[in-house]
Design a protein around this ligand. Structure first.
Ligand SMILES: [Zn+2]
Length: 239
């Protein structure tokens, strides 16, 4: 029994499986890049290895999904390895379905998968929308020049929990950097119908100075819906 498996969420497990079975990453690289843990040259990567072993995944499976279709590999698998491949299959399907739903304008999608947890399904939707939004905003904050993807956030205008019908709606999301996301999310400022910055009473000199010359870069596709912006101004950005 793995010592680490229970402390790792399902989404991370899926990422580890893909990294090893498809992308041929080493244990050390998986440990560093996916688990965010140090992996020294000598003996590094044993946590990633321990997790893979839990699913009966050993050296000869490295890169197997480059040579063989996932569905074929699933058919000939057994035990914990089959469990892992089933999870992986449902994850990939749920991602594809969410993408399809955005394209079809069905924004309330939630996967029917019985293999994945609710948290994972939520994360899949958030990831798919995030990818869509970052691309739509050319991988740059709508208010400043920040363009590093690990500093960019897919910011919801009307909160996720409140409006399940618009969870995947690209016009209910904006690409902001971490700072602008936080200021928007906490109601320091909002945007009017012309995408101009409007301050709330929470903002004092420092926030106003930071934002006063900012111009919102309106994306070509899926600009924020003024109806959501008005909701945000009235309910979150109190003036
Ligand atoms: Zn910014």
């Amino acid at each position: 029994m793995s010592r680490y498996i229970n402390s790792i969420d399902e989404e991370t497990i899926v990422k580890i499986l893909l990294a090893y079975l498809r992308d041929e990453l080493s244990h050390r690289d998986i440990q560093r890049e996916i688990l965010g843990l140090p992996a020294p040259t000598n003996g590094g990567g044993f946590i990633a290895m321990d997790i893979l072993h839990h699913f009966n995944i050993y050296g000869k499976k490295k890169g197997i999904l480059k040579k063989r279709q996932l569905s074929d590999e699933l058919q000939i698998s057994e035990g914990n390895y089959k469990v892992a491949l089933k999870k992986l299959t449902e994850y990939i399907n749920a991602e594809k379905e969410a993408q399809q739903c955005i394209e079809n304008g069905d924004y309330s999608y939630s996967s029917k998968s019985t293999e994945l947890t609710t948290e994972t399904k939520v994360r899949i939707n958030q990831n798919v929308l995030r990818n869509h939004i970052l691309k739509n905003y050319n991988y740059q904050c709508a208010l400043c020049d920040i363009n590093k993807s690990d500093l960019l956030i897919c910011s919801h205008i009307k909160p996720w929990a409140i409006d399940p019908d618009n969870r995947l709606n690209p016009t209910n999301a904006i690409c902001f950097c971490v700072l602008h996301d936080r200021l928007f999310d906490r109601g320091y400022f909002g945007l009017n119908d012309h995408y101009e910055v409007i301050f709330s009473t929470k903002s004092d000199e420092s926030e106003r100075k930071l934002l006063k010359d900012s111009i919102f870069k309106i994306p070509k596709d899926f600009p924020p819906d003024p109806e959501f912006l008005r909701y945000h101004l009235n309910e979150i950005c109190k003036r």
